[in-house]
Structure formats: structure tokens, C-alpha cells
Design a protein. Structure first.
Length: 299
């Protein structure tokens, strides 16, 4: 092949590459760069309930509709990477059983809110026999069963009323009482075992994982008449706190609350690893009170 022909072919080949490069920049690269950033609400999926199938969460409709009988595997993957060792850690005091109240165990919790240390004592019935659901068809039904309370269990009512009394003694606002409650639950040590605990069991054990602590928060908030929901991810659970719709997720009337960690997340703050994940809003419950201090919520 002579030299002029080689040069001509090289020029033609270069022009073809240039044309395709220009098309790629025009129709793909530039739109990607100039696209408006998504808001938090846009990044979060619309509500899409999950089913529990063979012990795993799957989107509704993606698996068989058969009733699932085995209990689900532990739903949490969260482990606090920096466990705190200061006085903020809620801990039960070992050896606090007291024969002065036969059939009961005393639990003492210590935690910190706004730089002040608080203590709460409660007596728990030893004979309560909570059993997980033997069968269920979907995730909302499954978790609803863990929110049922046995007739002789006054543990949630007792803890909620004592938190309310602390709030009254400290002259806290309604929003601050809720923050006090949340600080109490957040400070309960994170510890994961297979299965899900009833709120009573979380208090008795003095520890729990994300779904255990979320269920306890749900019950305590309900007892004090705050609107509440559960926010469920494929491998994590958080709490929805009733708030003004203008500050809520997807205009749902609920904002995000992370209770797995020790005081690292305020009401309305969404952990970066949760943004963009599919979630379900489970068992939303209205209440007379909502959280209104949301100047920086969902940011």
C-alpha cells in the first residue's frame, strides 16, 4: 500500500473516531455532568413493602405468596464501629435481682442527655413467656406480633411513665421528652443474636440490635402518645417519628430516626449508607404529639 493511501485511510479513521467521541460527549457525558443533584426524597424509594420468604426479606411480588413458617433470620447488619466506653453507655447493673419483690428482677439503666446523667430503675416480671410468631405472611404482620404485650406485663408503661416524670422534673418540652426517650434507647448496648426480641426482652437483657431497639422505641413512643412507625430496609431497621409533613420523608408525615447507634444520630438525620436504599414504612401509628424541632432534618 503506497504512502498517500495510508495517509488517507488514517485521516478517515481519525475523523470517524472524532465523530463518535463528539456524539458520546453530547448525548451521554454532558447530561450526566449537568443533571440536577437528586434530593434525599428522590433518592429514597417509594414505599415498597418486603415479604419475609424463607427467612429473608424480598420485595413484595418477587417471590411466592405462600405462608412462611420458619422464623426470619436476624435482619440487621449494623455494628457500631466505634463503641463508646464513657458514661453515655446505658448498662444494666449486674446482680440486681432483689428477693424483696418475689418473682421480679430489678434493672437499673444509666444514660446521658444533653450533658446530664440520668438513672431509671424498673422491676420486670420473671415469669413472662413471650413467644415469637409461629407463622406469618408478610413483614408488617410479623413485626406487629412483637408489639403485642402480655396482660401482666407493665414494663413499657412503667419505663415510659418514669421517662415522662423525669421530663416533668426537668421542665422539658414535648420534643425534649422525646429526645430523652431516644437517648435512653440509643444508649442501650448494641448486641445482635438470631431472631427478634419483644421490647420486654430487650429491657430484661439490657441489650439489643437495630430491630429490637426500634421495637422498644416504637412501644415507648406509643405509650407517651407520639406518632411513630417502623422504617425497614432489607437488612436494617430504624424508626419513623411523626413530624410536620413539610419536614417528612416523601410527604409521609414521618422523619428518620436511627436508634442502633449511641447518640450519633439526631431525629431527622439519615446515615449516608441508608440513602438510596429501598425501604418500607411499616405500621404507621398516629399520636397526639409529633416532633417539631426539625430545623436541620433530612439534610
Amino acid at each position: 500500500m503506497n504512502t498517500p493511501l495510508k495517509i488517507s485511510l488514517l485521516v478517515v479513521f481519525s475523523l470517524i473516531i472524532a465523530v463518535f467521541s463528539a456524539l458520546a460527549i453530547t448525548f451521554y457525558i454532558l447530561p450526566q455532568k449537568i443533571a440536577e443533584p437528586l434530593t434525599i426524597e428522590q433518592k429514597w424509594s417509594n414505599y415498597n413493602n418486603f415479604e419475609i420468604v424463607n427467612g429473608q426479606k424480598v420485595p413484595v411480588g418477587s417471590a411466592s405468596e405462600d405462608v412462611v413458617t420458619p422464623p426470619p433470620a436476624d435482619t440487621t447488619e449494623y455494628v457500631d464501629p466505634l463503641p463508646d466506653s464513657d458514661t453515655n453507655q446505658t448498662a444494666i447493673i449486674p446482680g440486681t435481682s432483689n428477693t424483696a419483690r418475689a418473682g421480679k428482677t430489678k434493672r437499673v439503666f444509666n444514660w446521658n442527655y444533653q450533658g446530664q446523667n440520668f438513672t431509671l430503675e424498673t422491676w420486670l416480671e420473671n415469669s413472662l413467656d413471650y413467644q415469637g410468631p409461629a407463622s406469618f405472611t408478610n413483614e408488617p404482620e410479623y413485626y406487629a406480633k412483637f408489639l403485642n404485650t402480655l396482660p401482666n406485663d407493665n414494663s413499657i408503661k412503667d419505663v415510659a411513665q418514669k421517662l415522662k416524670a423525669i421530663g416533668q422534673a426537668q421542665r422539658l418540652t414535648s420534643d425534649q421528652v422525646l429526645e430523652l426517650l431516644i437517648a435512653f434507647v440509643q444508649a442501650i448496648p448494641y448486641y445482635s443474636v438470631p431472631g427478634v426480641k419483644f421490647p420486654y426482652q430487650t429491657l430484661m437483657d439490657g441489650n439489643g440490635d437495630c430491630d429490637d431497639k426500634s421495637l422498644l422505641t416504637y412501644k415507648l413512643m406509643s405509650e407517651l402518645d407520639y406518632g411513630v412507625a417502623l422504617i425497614s430496609f432489607p437488612k436494617h431497621m430504624a424508626v419513623g417519628v411523626a413530624c410536620p409533613k413539610a419536614s417528612s420523608l416523601n410527604n409521609s408525615g414521618f422523619t428518620y430516626l436511627e436508634v442502633a447507634t449511641l447518640g450519633k444520630m439526631a431525629i431527622g438525620q439519615i446515615p449516608p449508607e441508608r440513602v438510596g436504599q429501598k425501604y418500607s414504612l411499616l405500621l404507621p401509628k398516629t399520636g397526639r404529639k409529633m416532633y417539631r424541632s426539625l430545623a436541620n432534618a433530612n439534610a
